[in-house]
Design a protein around this ligand. Sequence first.
Ligand code: ADP
Ligand code: MG
Length: 694
Amino acid sequence: MTTDPSTDTLQAPLTSLRGVGEKVAKKLARLGLSELSDLLFHLPAHYQDKTCLIPIQSLSLDQNALIEGEIIDVQIRRFGHKMLTLALEDDSGVMTLRLFNFYPNQIRSLQCGVRLRCYGVARQGYQGGVEMIHPQWEIIHKPVPLETTLTPIYPLTEGLGQNLISRLCQQAIERMGQIEFELLPASLLEQIGLPPLNESIRFMHQPPAGADTQLLMQGEHPCQQRLAIDELLAHRLSLRLLRQKIQSHSSGALESNSALQTTFLSQLPFTLTGAQQRVIDEISDDLSEARPAMRLIQGDVGSGKTVVAAAALAQCIAAGYQAAMIAPTEILAEQHLQSLRDWFEPLGVRVVWLAGKVRGKARTAALEAICGEGQLMIGTHALFQEAVKFRNLGLVVVDEQHRFGVDQRLALRDKGLSQHLAPHQLIMTATPIPRTLAMTAYADLDVSVIDELPPNRQDIQTIAISNRRRAEIIERIRHACAEGRQAYWVCTLIESSDNLEAEAATEIAEQLNDELPDLNVALVHGRLSSDEKTTLMSDFKAGRTDLLVATTVIEVGVDVPNASLMVIENAERLGLSQLHQLRGRVGRSEAQSTCVLLYRSPLSQTARERLQLMRETNDGFEIARKDLELRGPGEVLGTRQTGDMVFRVANLERDHHLLGLVSSLCETLLADHPGIALALIHRWVGQAAAYADV
Ligand code: ADP
Ligand code: MG
């Protein structure tokens, strides 16, 4: 990349700085820092204000502050954890300091009469008064000047101290000197109307004393906003270029209204909802074009996405291309296998199954079919592996994986390229994404929304009950199963490791089995082999099991319409979107379904509010909006898939008012200044090469 005007000096390797040898350079590389300019964009995570002393009398509780005073009392507690308790006095008052983890010689130096300067959080003391627990402290022998700028605190990596990073960033700022960092043309800067980029960078690394700390800590300082725009723009540009790059290939133009599709739809035991029909039409138009469709299908849990996907698969197969459907877990993939086989094999379609567990002869046969006569491939990401060669892949539907990374997109495109055709891509998600988030996270995708549930569905009744009333819940299960319905009991843990979760679930399954002797209780968790899981799931689906005790492995997509009762343990610990996903396993038929949220008292205020919201609404969009507010985009987009969405300065929720501007800047740059676009991507997102050779 050489389009960046701030060349030479700032592209120097970090080893050109004082204090950076090969070893430190390696550690810096782990933070994504390799050249001088990278340091400038390595922005502080927060700040400490050590520019002024706060009189003890005027300390605000729960806020960081710098204080200075004289020790007037020292107490050492020697049993248990050693603790040193000091009384510190300044002109305005006295407060307590509690120190632990100290060295013996520190005890000797902390005597009455010694002056200390401390930085820490002031708290309400145990015995009244104000105290600081384990503040940073420094003995003051003679007057020491205060800091003149706020102290930046940088994100760290193992083995790199705060001091080192600070010093390096200072050096980088000095070298920056007069070099112009701005990449955007003047006409666009006018639209932005915020401080210039150079000034913003300098400000962020060294905010002068008296800077509006409040604004800064909230991320709303104009300098931060200027950088946030740069960053959001870079991300958006990267996605737009990715789209261009993929769509620069041709794909099969799949004719719509084929006999296969019509027959498939006409044999369904139900009528499509208006929303399903509309989205099928949108997809159908898209697939009939000779450039790869890139579309996100959003539909709340139970809105009937599978049928919509199947209609698209039919269109593709009828046009003589292979189609594939991928799910993130084997449980889900097998469920699709079952429905799609039932639907398509009678119509003469050759269905092929490939997942990690398919080995030996079966695998060889599957691979042969995939590069041969296979028409509809169903499986997990195993379908992406290198050994898998498609004959003429025309369409891939990716289920329940809204964050489908750049690398995966490109890998998928390449799967079809042997015939010089890139497959169409449809991505389905049950997580409703609020508009602001969608604009940024899915700038590369068209979006269709299935905003209607099949008719005759009753709202799921949600209740929250303390786990002290377990006995009542068990009675409910007995009752529901006696009426021929089925139930889930979901065990969750906060530190969810597969092992711990499995253990907890095993214990609960045993208890429930004892308490409900008339019922068939089964247990499914992440430690079982996929064969075992499949058998258990199909037993449940076929009604041979009454009560399924499960860990969150059943979170996405599982469809057993006869199950009408779900109990979720420790519900107060889960995110709203996750609860909504889990709850969506019931309410899949005309029967009245119930979801019981079991919680452990006492509930915190926020936990109470969240459970309340779950009781009040079944609307996934509403819930996602709230979740975004409470927990940020990671939770809404699914934490495991947010790799691409980690921002250094920007924050989607806080900065949503910038997104409109960002999208218009983005289109202008793409049209008039593509070189600048790549330089911006290089600066903020890295690996610009992946987006370059369109
Ligand atoms: P999701 O959108 O959560 O993936 P599914 O595709 O699993 O939902 O569908 C949920 C259930 O609703 C399935 O049992 C499916 O057969 C049924 N279904 C889908 N569309 C309709 C419809 N239009 N009318 C009635 N039932 C439907
Ligand atoms: Mg589904």
